[in-house]
Design a protein around this ligand. Sequence first.
Ligand code: SF4
Ligand code: SF4
Length: 365
Amino acid sequence: MHLYKLNTNIKIKDNFIIENFINPDFIYIPYYANIKLDNIFINTKINNYKSSISGKIIDIKKGIFNEKYQNVFVIANDFKEKENKKEPKTKVNIDNIKKVLKENNEIKLLNRFTNLDKLDNIVISAINDEINVFNNVYLLKENTRDLLDLIDDLRINTKCKNNYLVIKNDESYIIDECLNLFGTYPLITLTLVEDLYLLGKKEFLLDKLNINGNTLYLTIEELDTINRYLKGLDTTTKLITISDNKTCKVIRAKKYTLISDLIKYAYKDLKYNHIIINGLMTGYEITDSNNYILDDEIKSIHLLQKIPKQNNECINCGLCLKVCPKKVDMINSKNLDKCIDCGLCSFMCPNLVNLRAKIKDDKNE
Ligand code: SF4
Ligand code: SF4
């Protein structure tokens, strides 16, 4: 399978700075029940959502949460938030990992921990596929020793012989950090791969590394989530990458803030006309950032002045067919069910035909 390197004109600085947006004036939480408008405090649960600040509910309004307009509580920050009291460290074993994932409703992640008998490989990926998104490597850099400890604990608990931490070979700042520590973890293999699009997806990575058999695959983001639950660490914030055409920032932000507040913090004076969520390859544009809420699914924000005009005429060059990793014939609408919506065909098209939209339309016909 031939994979492609995507061109990007932004290089993140090697000095690794994570900015903080952890004291927003307001947060917004989905409103499902008839809850009394009263003081709520840090970690108070409203249905499945914990307030990420200390404060008071002052209003209910329409907000966009998980891509849908819904009623949300407006909580005004009273800035009395106390540091999360750390619960005692939970012993790392597979039963406890399943327990904390179940308690926190992380069903997708929980499912990865079934069928771990006779595990052949553990693969932990620090790869972010999307252009100018760096959450995984920054999480690893932020907490390298803890995360390496957790990989080692997984190895010991599952008696797995082949254990890999995979990083792109141009992420020098995190590779150096890992190399300094790897003497302590002789049974984890640091594996470097080229910066090729789609290696952030399990099936493409395992194929590239020729890894077969029963494999536990986790991204660093997923590993960090498990680590936080096990250790009772802060889960009210998340890492998010924000970029414009020339620069890129990684920010630790309170969950459930407004996208517009976050952008104002990150790029105060920037003029932009378009906001793309979750990547230039597979993301989507939003128009109502004043009501759009930073939920658990949002990983990146790109601010653009212009987006190229799409839906131009096809000139039958055939490039889209050549680059598709799943051999979809999107021109003649064949094998559309194999499409993984990777966006490569649209990205590579010299005439900017919006093939992703065409595929979606053809599938719905
Ligand atoms: S890459 Fe674009 S121009 Fe070339 S065949 Fe595909 S849709 Fe047509
Ligand atoms: S979006 Fe679908 S059709 Fe286009 S390259 Fe990716 S898998 Fe192929």
